[in-house]
Ligand binder design. Structure first.
Ligand SMILES: O=C(O)CCC(=O)C(=O)O
Length: 233
């Protein structure tokens, strides 16, 4: 389940890769059911639009199938090829499930999830329903994670250039898309009567210079070796 050198190179070059792994159907169904239950019972924290719950947040903290998914081999094994053997899950970026329908307006504009290449994250999007051109699959601007010109994405000309180069990424239910979070991306508009549910998760390779004890990160694979030059011995 490791990525090939070519897939790693494509991720670094283009800023995204469709992972060769997929979540099993039973796990996708269990995740959907758990998310819909938390939405129906309004288990906080949630986000609403026009009174309806469209997102459940802090999915790690909900435990159960959510944590099992965040730590599953289908995600962490290919991620090891990108991040190395020591991986942390980021609690305070993403860590949520969206239910998008025709009225959804969240994340429709091209954006980056983080503001600097030196602090990027590997984001994994898990599609709990098939996404396609009609129901608003994810859009990316390939290679845009490298472009400093897009750092201040307010300029209208830049926005136009990016919008013209955006490509859609249809994905099956259970499909896994990894992006460098500096890539310009957005959700598409859902033109159907149905929903499109997806889970968004952020991961870091362990920072060898950071002392332990950051409460916003959870070690999900390997260990936290500290290699700062102020260490003893
Ligand atoms: O769900 C998607 O297609 C994109 C999500 C997104 O842009 C985000 O969570 O930052």
């Amino acid at each position: 389940m490791r990525l090939t050198p070519q897939e790693i190179q494509l991720f670094r070059h283009n800023g995204f890769i469709k992972l060769p792994t997929r979540l099993p159907t039973a796990q996708v169904e269990a995740l959907k059911a758990a998310a819909l239950k938390d939405m129906a019972e309004a288990v906080e924290p949630v986000a609403r639009q026009a009174g309806r719950i469209i997102r459940i947040s802090a999915v790690w903290q909900r435990g159960g199938i959510f944590q099992e998914t965040i730590t599953c081999n289908e995600i962490l094994e290919p991620l090891e090829s990108l991040l190395g053997p020591n991986i942390e899950f980021v609690l305070n970026r993403h860590n949520h499930i969206y239910l998008r329908d025709a009225g959804s307006t969240h994340s429709l504009e091209l954006h980056r999830d983080v503001s600097h290449w030196s602090r990027t994250i590997a984001t994994v999007l898990i599609y709990l329903e098939e996404t396609n051109l009609e129901n608003g699959c994810t859009r990316v601007v390939p290679g845009s994670h490298h472009l400093p010109a897009f750092a201040h994405f307010k300029d209208e000309t830049l926005q136009q250039i990016a919008a013209n180069q955006t490509i859609p990424l249809p994905m099956p239910a259970g499909g896994l898309l990894a992006i460098d979070s500096m890539i310009l991306h957005s959700a598409g508009i859902n033109h159907t009567d149905g929903t499109r549910m997806s889970m968004t998760l952020g991961y870091h390779g362990v920072d060898e210079l950071a002392p332990e004890g950051n409460p916003k990160k959870v070690l999900v694979r390997g260990e936290r070796p500290y290699r700062g030059n102020d260490r003893q011995g």
